[in-house]
Design a protein around this ligand. Structure first.
Ligand code: NAP
Ligand code: HSE
Length: 429
């Protein structure tokens, strides 16, 4: 079997796909009986120097060269962003060309439209690389976990923020230096604010939770907080309590309701996700039949992502004319309870307060008034008029923490509430 494909984008990921196909082409012919021929490569700037040797005539900056070429059966999108990706993928699908994409933003926000175009023309829509890079997580949910009702997915699904937090914790790098490092390695999005704001993880959780819970979870349903406010001190203080800081993507059914959220969280160092370092990702899931399982691997970077993309190309070619499409339960997940009623966690509270007699009792008094019970209280320095205070609570309601925060901010002895971070995966310290 032979398939002619076109690549949209030759940046970090497109270049990885080009390299991996060159490397494994012979093996795919021998083991899968599939010959993949690169017919066109679309870029913005055809004159730009490239990291791979591209035969003359392959590069183009005109999408029409690909869309009107009937011999091209499959389009691989590695450009990113919503437009023009959405328009061009719709055009390709309507022309009967299958689509493989690494673009979580376009899948999470335009899934219905793209899926409808694929169903109408009989083309396939594949997006394994859109969540957790090289880890076969989409395929696992679609083809290996059908027997299970999933009650929880808890994942590290952004390699850039995990690499930043690892570098801050283990090498002592500042946030800015750690971000530069992740960008240099090619993990970050073209616009890295998508990574550090948690939005990239929210796109991925929207896709992952939709497949895990069989119900369409929209990006707007996902509560999102990024790691912008995390300080080197928070990471270090957490460590002294045996806690590791991660940006978590959580989908959880509690009391029959679904909660979907992305935010920084401390995990006990003994939790399996605590050992996920650098650009690695992992998805820890609970199914009623399977129990708990963890999928682990490289979540960002050119070659790991290309591994998932090439696997999708093979799958698309082999399933031509009988593609699978996701089926969701009717209705949206808009009946998720409001945030404040839904959540319980232990909390890490980092304050700067007056180093004066009675300050600690005023702070614990406010927390106690809101029914928040304390596991530990530590004043980490003495000798200046302002001292850092770290409180770790027993499990408390989000609503109570928010109310207590407002009251703490009004105390004269509290100079600054540096951070309040949820503690997941256990009962705190
Ligand atoms: P990138 O390095 O910025 O590359 C983007 C490529 O797309 C460039 O070659 C660019 O052309 C081309 N392009 C962009 N807009 C275009 C347009 N309007 N017309 C023609 N070509 C256009 O981005 P990347 O890091 O490879 O990421 C690509 C996609 O993969 C994104 O959706 C990202 O979320 C996803 N992804 C990335 C990773 C990762 O580890 N980086 C992992 C999984 C998924 P020029 O070269 O001419 O500028
Ligand atoms: N910027 C993304 C990340 C790329 O760091 O996880 C992989 O989707």
């Amino acid at each position: 079997m032979k398939i002619k494909i076109a690549l949209l984008g030759l940046g970090n990921i497109g270049t990885g796909v080009y390299k991996v196909l060159a490397h494994c082409g012979q093996k795919l012919e021998e083991t899968q009986g599939l010959r993949i021929e690169m017919a066109r490569v679309l870029v913005r700037d055809t004159a730009k120097a490239r990291a791979v040797d591209i035969p003359a005539g392959l590069l183009t900056d005109r999408i029409e060269d690909i869309l009107i070429d009937d011999s091209i059966g499959l389009v691989v999108e590695c450009m990113g962003g919503i437009e023009p990706a959405r328009t061009w993928l719709l055009a390709a699908l309507r022309a009967g060309k299958s689509v493989v994409t690494a673009n979580k933003m376009v899948i999470a926000t335009c899934w219905e439209e793209l899926d409808a175009a694929a169903r109408a023309s009989g083309a396939g829509l594949y997006y394994e690389a859109s969540v957790a890079g090289g880890i076969p997580v989409i395929g696992t949910f679609n083809r290996s976990l059908q027997a299970n009702t999933i009650s929880e997915v808890m994942g590290i699904v952004n390699g850039t923020t995990n690499a930043i937090l690892t570098d801050m914790s283990e090498v002592g790098l500042s946030f800015e230096r750690a971000l530069q490092h992740a960008q240099k390695k090619g993990y970050a999005e073209p616009d890295p604010t998508l990574d550090i704001s948690g939005k990239d993880a929210a796109f991925k959780l929207s896709i992952l939770a939709s497949l895990a819970f069989g119900q369409r979870v929209r990006v707007e349903d996902v509560f999102v907080e990024g790691i912008e406010r995390i300080t080197q001190e928070d990471v270090a203080y957490g460590k002294t309590f045996g806690l590791t800081l991660k940006l978590l993507a959580i989908g959880r059914v509690e009391s029959g309701r679904l909660q979907v959220r992305v935010h920084p969280a401390f995990l006990p160092s003994s939790h399996p996700l605590s050992s996920v370092r650098g650009p690695f990702n992992a998805i820890y899931l609970t199914g009623d039949a399977l129990g708990q399982a963890m999928l682990y691997g490289r979540g960002a970077g050119d070659l790991p992502t290309a591994s998932a993309i090439v696997s999708d190309i093979v799958m698309a070619a082999q399933h031509a004319g009988r593609h699978e499409h996701p089926a969701f339960l009717a209705g949206d997940v808009s009946d998720a309870l409001p945030l404040e009623q839904n959540w319980q966690a232990a909390y890490y509270i980092h304050l700067r307060a007056s180093d004066t007699p009675g300050a600690l009792s005023q702070i614990s008094g406010v927390l106690g008034k809101h029914g928040i019970s304390l596991a530990t209280v530590t004043q980490t320095a003495r000798g200046s008029c302002t001292a850092p205070i770290i409180v770790i609570t027993h499990p408390a309601r989000e609503l109570d923490i928010r109310r207590a925060r407002q009251e703490l901010a009004c105390l004269d002895v509290v100079h600054d509430i540096v951070n309040i971070i949820r503690v997941e995966g256990g009962d705190g310290v």
